[in-house]
Design a protein around this ligand. Structure first.
Ligand code: GAL
Length: 650
């Protein structure tokens, strides 16, 4: 269940056999290779040098390792770029070409790039598709990483126009759908449409939404073509991709994942905490500086599992300081083991570490590996040895369905970027807050895209389901769950206009309300919301409602409705503080019989089959909230700081 990322091309061939033997002795079984090796595989156009890679695979395989081989399309070589400079992407913000010298210097809209990417993928798959040591494939590497989903290139412009012509029956239909009469933005033909960048002030939200969809479709088509090439040449092997989260890819990861066997995720808790908590006061940040925030890994594990609904892999796990955040601390002792266990708790099948040995050269020479550059064991080594022993003694059951689901909506993410309306509004932060509130109650969560069959869930939350189509509405109508729709649900049509009859548009089929107006307040000047006799904050987003026949559950400070309920469907018209969400969600969990085990501080819970995992991100020991008679299979009732316990309820 453990693996490592290895770069045979970075080390003398005489080291490979000993490296492989040490991997096996450490308890590693998988090794990922090849994602950046194009310049060594094809050093000259059309001239392939397979011999070194043949030997590397033979050596690793002979040691007993299963190989995950990659298509090397994240790093096309210099000769390819010199030959076809139009492959380079153009930065939408500055209009400048993003040049050679790092990675991901390619434009998904470039037909030449697509052809070259498929050519090299086919060559690697032809060579190794039936190799007995190859267990599976990773496509590319972190698609869209480094902000590469969007490009303002001539190829993107041509691609966008062609795509638009396929989306709208005529230019008149597009003009009407987008409302282009406003500011005389009407076009006479698809070939007049520009990219939505570089205008004097904001371009139409419909225009920007269309470009986001175009970019997402283009990346998904690129990926699907690559997967098809691999499948045709490598029967019986899995195909996966190491995703970065949707807020960072900026594309629909569910669409990218559709042709895969399972999804993988690259887990860098400390870099993520450093960037995401950059504005958090030091006193609040310090407890998580060397651990990462207790919810940040879990939310992305759950989202990655939700991409295919099957167990996922952590393809890259941080083993020590990284090099790319604003600050790069070392993990607290024990955290590499704990992060790995946490991934397994959330349904991981394999955790693979990045990377085997720290490289003494180039961009990531300050990034830790399992070995130091001198091949001595680095800090995480004993933790991984311990983890391997523990895993071999504890077979893990299949992860089951969680009692609660959160509907995650890529269009809400796009809309949050395109039309924020108030600086305090950030869709991904809303999702994280609602998720954190359920986790605080000790409730497990699945993430599902709109339109998923919701049978079996007791509670379904949609932090913002902004432009639900008929499938999304039907799934909610058919669900037996209690449903909570957050503010901005049903707020727009497909073309980013206000729906007929006012928001929540088609969701009025679920509850007969109207959103009359919206205001957003500075986060430090909030208004209030009262639930029963308790008062909480409301401000980053506030809608005023005509509640129709819905029942008013909570009110603003002036008594106007802020939360309403009709049957089993709620509409929360405002963003609130955590203090509001916890008792509100708790009352709903009680109503549908979802068991809660509230946790505080750094403690979090997650079930996998009949096992309960308690993960302690805190530095101090805590008591496991296990019932009397619980049978501990790892650790015990007292959980030390940065440690865990696993039990089976009697
Ligand atoms: C990942 C990437 C790896 C390596 C790593 C460093 O995002 O896939 O190639 O750069 O970050 O932490």
């Amino acid at each position: 269940m453990l693996g490592v990322c290895y770069y045979p091309e970075h080390w003398p061939e005489s080291w490979w056999a000993e490296d492989a033997a040490r991997m096996v002795r450490l308890g590693l079984r998988h090794v990922r290779i090849g994602e950046f090796a194009w310049s060594r595989i094809e050093p000259e156009p059309g001239v392939f040098n397979w011999s070194w890679l043949d030997r590397a695979i033979a050596v690793l395989g002979a040691a007993g390792l299963k190989i995950v081989i990659c298509t090397p399309t994240a790093t096309p070589p210099k000769w390819l770029i010199d030959r076809y400079p139009d492959i380079l992407p153009v930065d939408p913000a500055t209009g400048r070409v993003r040049g050679f010298g790092s990675r991901r210097h390619t434009d998904f809209s470039s037909p030449v790039w697509v052809a070259e990417a498929m050519r090299i993928s086919a060559a690697v798959a032809d060579r190794y598709g039936n190799n007995p040591h190859v267990a599976g494939w990773q496509t590319d590497n972190e698609l869209c990483c480094h902000d590469t989903a969007l490009s303002a290139s001539p190829a993107a412009l041509m691609g966008f126009r062609t795509w638009l012509a396929g989306q709208y029956p005529s230019i008149a239909a597009l003009n009407s759908a987008w409302g282009n009469v406003f500011w005389s933005m009407e076009y006479r033909g698809f070939d007049e449409i520009e990219l939505p960048f570089g205008a004097v002030t904001e371009t139409s939200p419909a225009h920007r939404m269309a470009f986001r969809r175009y970019a997402s479709d283009t990346v998904a088509a690129f990926h699907a073509a690559m997967v098809a090439i691999i499948r045709a040449r490598s029967p019986g092997r899995f195909v996966t991709h190491n995703f970065i989260p949707m807020p960072e890819t900026g594309v629909d990861n569910h669409a990218l994942a559709a042709p895969l066997d399972f999804a993988s995720y690259d887990n860098y808790p400390l870099g993520r905490a450093d960037l995401a908590l950059a504005r958090t006061p030091a006193a609040d940040f310090r407890p998580w500086m060397r651990t990462g925030h207790p919810d940040f890994q879990a939310i992305l594990f759950d989202q990655t599992r939700g991409l295919t609904g099957r167990p996922f892999w952590v393809m890259e796990q941080q083993p020590g300081p990284v090099n790319w955040a604003r600050h790069n601390p070392a993990p607290a002792p024990g955290m590499v083991r704990l992060w790995s266990w946490e991934a397994f708790a959330h349904g991981a099948a394999v955790v693979s570490f990045f990377r085997w040995r720290q490289a003494p050269f180039a961009q990531e020479q300050m990034h830790a590996g399992l070995l130091r550059p001198d091949s001595t064991e680095a800090e995480a080594w004993p933790e991984i040895a311990r983890l391997a022993g523990e895993l071999s003694a504890l077979p893990l059951p299949e992860p089951g369905r969680a009692p609660a689901a959160i509907i995650i909506d890529i269009e809400a993410q796009y809309l949050s970027d395109i039309e924020r309306q108030g600086r305090g509004y950030d869709y991904n932060a809303v999702v994280a807050q609602w998720y954190g509130a359920l986790r605080g109650l000790g409730v497990d969560v699945d993430f599902v895209p709109p339109g998923t069959d919701l049978t079996g869930y007791g509670l379904v939350l949609a932090p913002a389901l902004v432009m639900p189509d008929s499938a999304a509405v039907a799934a909610l109508q058919e669900a037996k769950a209690i449903i909570v729709l957050g503010p901005r649900s049903g707020t727009k049509t497909h073309d980013v206009t206000l729906p007929e009859g006012l928001p929540p548009g088609p969701l009025r089929a679920l509850l007969p309300i109207r959103v009359l107006a919206v205001e957003t307040l500075r986060p430090d000047c909030p208004g209030g919301i009262s639930l029963g006799d308790q008062d909480f904050e409301s401000g980053r987003w506030r809608e005023s409602l005509d509640p129709g026949e819905a029942c008013v559950i909570a009110t603003y400070e002036d008594g106007a409705p802020a939360l309403v309920r009709h049957g089993r469907v709620h509409y929360l018209a405002t963003l609130t503080d955590d203090g509001f969400l916890a008792p509100f969600f708790a009352s709903l969990c009680s109503e549908v019989g979802i068991t809660m085990t509230p946790v505080t501080g750094g403690l979090r819970l997650r079930r996998r089959g009949d096992l309960v995992f308690a993960i302690n991100y805190g530095a101090d020991a805590v008591l496991a909230p296990a019932p009397d008679g619980a049978v501990f299979v790892l650790g015990g009732r007292r959980i030390a700081g940065h440690d865990l316990a696993i039990w089976r309820n009697a």
